[in-house]
Design a binder for this molecule. Sequence first.
Ligand code: B4P
Length: 191
Amino acid sequence: MVNFLIFGPPGSGKGTQSIKLAEKFNLTHLSTGDMLRAEIAAGTELGEKMSSIMSKGQLVPDEVVIEMIAAKVDSIKGSTGFLFDGFPRTVAQTEELEAMLNDRGMKIDRMLVLEVDHDELVRRLITRAEISGRPDDKDPAVIENRIDVYKEKTEPIIEYCRKRGIYQPVDGMGTIEDIFRRLAGYMKKKL
Ligand code: B4P
C-alpha cells in the first residue's frame, strides 16, 4: 500500500485534486472535511457540536477527527492505498496518524503540498460560496481566520514531514488540469 497526504491552505485545491487523483491511481480518498459535513447534514449529535466550530473557521478537536479516520481506515478492506485530504491538520494529528498506520503495517509515503498565493485562495473560496453555500466560505473574515489557523496550527506539519524526507512542494497555481498533471507526476514516482 502507498499512502499520500494532500496538503495545503484552505482553497488550495486539496478536495478538487484528491477526487481526480484517487480515481486515476485507484486510491481510497478520505477527507475529514467531507466526513464532518456529512455528520452535519445527517443531523447527528456530533455534527451539531462541530457545526459552530467549522462555521467560525476553527479546527475541530484532534480526538474527533482521529477517531473518525481510524474507524474509516479499519472499515475499508483491500485498498491499494489511502489519499488523506485535509488530515492531518495539527502536529498531534500527524503523530497519531503515523502511529495508527505503523500499527497496521503502513506508513505515510509522501506529503504533497499545494502552494497557492493568498489572493487566489480567497478568490477561489468566495467563488465556491456562491455554489456550495458553505458558511465557512461566505464571510471574508472567516476565510482569513482559516488561513491564519492554517499558518499557526497546520503549517508546522511541513517541517515535521521534511525531516522524515517525505515532503514534496507542488505549484498549486494555474488550471485544475495543469495542477493535476503536476501532482500525478510526483505520485507516479512512488507507485
Ligand atoms: P476542508 O473540507 O478540508 O476544506 P478546505 O480547507 O476549504 O479545502 P477544500 O479541499 O474543500 O477546498 P479546495 O481547496 O479543493 O475543511 C473544512 C473545515 O472542516 C475546516 O475549516 C475545519 O473546521 C474542519 N476540519 C476538516 N478537517 C479537519 C481536521 N483534520 N482537523 C480539524 N478540523 C478539520 O477548493 C476550493 C475551491 O477552489 C473549489 O471551489 C474549487 O473548485 C476551486 N479550485 C480548486 N482548484 C482550482 C484552480 N486550479 N483554479 C480555480 N479554482 C480552483
